[in-house]
Design a protein around this ligand. Structure first.
Ligand SMILES: [Zn+2]
Length: 92
């Protein structure tokens, strides 16, 4: 069986399966968005589903540092929604 790809969460530095992480991507123009397909071009960063981890990452600006560009505050709403969607999917 093929091993599933793993990635590091930029918030807690934990290793998770890529499919369990939220991918955030910054494109060439410096626009930050959630990558729900896993195929968007640009510099990507991963966050796990843990709410405390997200709060910490937000406070420490881990995402800005990982993406090397400013991250709009609204991205955190999108991330929350993406986590909820991921969790819903997992419960099916
Ligand atoms: Zn994390």
């Amino acid at each position: 069986m093929r091993k599933e790809p793993e990635r590091t969460c930029v918030g807690c530095r934990g290793i998770f399966l890529q499919k369990d992480l939220i991918r955030i991507v910054a494109n060439k123009e410096g626009q930050v968005s959630i990558d729900d397909t896993g195929r968007k071009p640009g510099r990507g960063a991963y966050l796990c589903q843990d709410q405390d981890c997200r709060a910490r990452a937000r406070k420490r600006q881990s995402l800005q540092r990982a993406l090397r560009c400013p991250v709009p505050e609204t991205i955190w709403i999108d991330i929350d929604q993406a986590v909820t969607a991921l969790q819903d999917k997992g419960e099916e």
